[in-house]
Design a protein around this ligand. Sequence first.
Ligand code: PPE
Length: 304
Amino acid sequence: MLQPSEKIWMDGKFVNWADASVHVLTHSLHYGLAAFEGIRCYKGRKGSAIFRLPEHVDRLFGSAHIAMMQIPYEKKQVADAIVETVRVNRLEACYIRPLVYIGYGAMGLYPGENPIRMAIAAWQWGTYLGDEALTNGIRAKVSSFTRHHVNVAMTRAKISGYYVNSILAKREVKADGYDEAILLDADGYVSEGSGENIFIVRNGQLKTTPLTSILEGITRNSVLQLARERGIPVVEERFTRDAMYVADEVFLTGTAAEIAPVREIDGRRIGTGKPGPLTMDLQKTFFEIVRGEDSSHESWLTRV
Ligand code: PPE
């Protein structure tokens, strides 16, 4: 269950959590055209810090631009509002959810002059894929649902409606007792998890899917950067589902999921069946960075 905080930022001002409502004829609620972000704020030695805030704000504006929604604020105003939302709620560690949506006005697919509205909520959110996901790894299953074709969804945008596909996939595999769904693209290659990017490790090489049918993950970008700094060979290249089965390690990355090892896919053990050494090494560094214990990537943190 969602743990309520105190205030939600709505269209430039803070309202009480319980009062943050919209009209039921809000355009986005019917047709799914809205853009959102998922951002984490971590508690660290030097206080709380938001991870890669400018990159998330950029992606939000990019999503809105792709969707032809004009955000009625400057990037700086949005970034400041996000920081302020964490502050007013006195949250040390939290998940932040900015949402840009098409408000009440005309109905019908053509939104015309309907207002573009924006909200920012923040709440405490623990581990996304279960309590032991980060330490023991998760069990994943390839979904029977295909990820959007590149000309159906433009996945550089984080658009609400795209997540119907993710929800269907997630429900399907949860019903079979798995923790997370992996979706294949329209050509049959691996794309991503329902809410995460995917990496495989084989013979010391790290591989992730290219930016065709996937979200351009900010955690993915961070992992690629950390791996390159370590001199680990990295490739962004399509791979098939059986490449996952024979990988030494598989892991998922996302703001909510963080860096989650995958220990089983489709009933097949991955590697030793335990989280792999490279996965855990990257995860350790990631947590040290977000908590400000490793100062090598200070620029990734915005102090609250
Ligand atoms: N792919 C998808 C489809 C996706 O939704 C996410 C984030 C990622 C990759 C990873 O992107 P990034 O967070 O920038 O590393 N999914 C968000 C929503 C999760 C939810 O259930 O809500 C998130 O992790 O915040």
